[in-house]
Design a protein around this ligand. Structure first.
Ligand SMILES: C[S@@+](CC[C@H](N)C(=O)[O-])C[C@H]1O[C@@H](n2cnc3c(N)ncnc32)[C@H](O)[C@@H]1O
Length: 207
C-alpha cells in the first residue's frame, strides 16, 4: 500500500464509522492493561500506544495515573475522536499523527504498546522500518507489547490484508535484543459478536 493511500484509508475509516462500528472496538482493553501491569510500570513510565487510533486504552492509562502517555496514529481523525472522548484529560496526553514506519521518535519510552497495527505491515521494508524505530525508541530494560491476529485469526482487517503471528514468528520478526517475557492468546469479540483470535506478546529490551 502506498503512503497516501494508507493514510487516506484510515482517515476514511475514522470519519465514516462510529467507535463501535469497527471490528476492533473494545470496551475494556484488559488484555493490554494486564500486560502493561506485567511490565511493572511506575506513574513516571513513558508509554506509547502505536496505532492507538480511537482506542480506550489511553483512558485506562490516564485513569491509572500514568503521567507520560503518548498515542501515535496515522489518522488524525482517530486521535480527534479519542481526544473528544477524553475531554479535559486529553491535555495530559501527547498526541502524534504519524506513520510509524516514517516516525522519528524524539524521546525514549519504557513501554511500547501496539494492538493491531503491526500486523498491517505486510511489506518487509515497512516491518524493518517499524522495528528500527521501536529499537531506537524503547529504553534498555523497557518493554514491547504487541497484539496481532494469531495464526488462526482473520486474514484481513478493515478490508486490508494482514500478517498473522504466533510468539515465535513475532519474535523472529523483531530480531535480536528482545527477550520474550510472556505470550497469550485472546479471543476478541467484535461489536457484532464474531470471534477474532489474537496473539499478544510482551518482550523485554535487553540491548
Ligand atoms: C485495527 S486499528 C487498531 C486501533 C487500536 N490500536 C485499537 O486497539 O483500537 C489499527 C490502527 O493502526 C493505525 N495504523 C495503521 N497503519 C499505521 C501506520 N503505518 N502508522 C501509524 N498508525 C497506523 C490505524 O489508523 C488504526 O487506528
Amino acid at each position: 500500500m502506498t503512503d497516501p493511500s494508507r493514510k487516506s484509508h484510515w482517515e476514511t475509516v475514522y470519519t465514516t464509522k462510529g467507535e463501535n462500528e469497527v471490528s476492533w472496538f473494545q470496551e475494556n482493553p484488559s488484555p493490554s492493561l494486564e500486560l502493561i501491569d506485567l511490565a511493572g510500570p511506575t506513574p513516571a513510565s513513558a508509554i506509547v500506544d502505536i496505532g492507538g487510533g480511537a482506542s480506550r486504552l489511553v483512558d485506562g492509562l490516564v485513569a491509572r495515573g500514568f503521567k507520560r502517555v503518548t498515542v501515535l496514529d496515522i489518522s488524525e481523525a482517530a486521535l480527534d475522536a479519542a481526544k473528544a472522548r477524553l475531554g479535559e484529560r486529553a491535555s495530559q496526553v501527547e498526541w502524534i499523527v504519524a506513520d510509524v514506519t516514517k516516525w522519528h521518535p524524539a524521546q525514549a519510552f519504557d513501554i511500547w504498546h501496539d494492538r493491531a497495527a503491526f500486523h498491517f505491515l505486510t511489506d518487509a521494508a515497512d516491518r524493518s522500518a517499524y522495528v528500527a524505530r521501536m529499537k531506537q525508541a524503547v529504553k534498555p530494560g523497557g518493554h514491547v507489547i504487541i497484539g496481532t491476529f494469531a495464526l488462526d485469526g482473520p486474514e484481513k482487517c478493515s478490508g486490508l490484508p494482514v500478517n498473522r503471528y504466533d510468539a515465535a514468528s513475532l519474535a523472529g520478526e523483531l530480531g535480536e535484543g528482545l527477550e520474550l517475557v510472556d505470550s497469550r492468546r485472546h479471543d476478541h469479540s467484535t461489536p457484532w459478536n464474531s470471534a477474532q483470535r489474537f496473539q499478544f506478546c510482551i518482550f523485554r529490551r535487553t540491548a
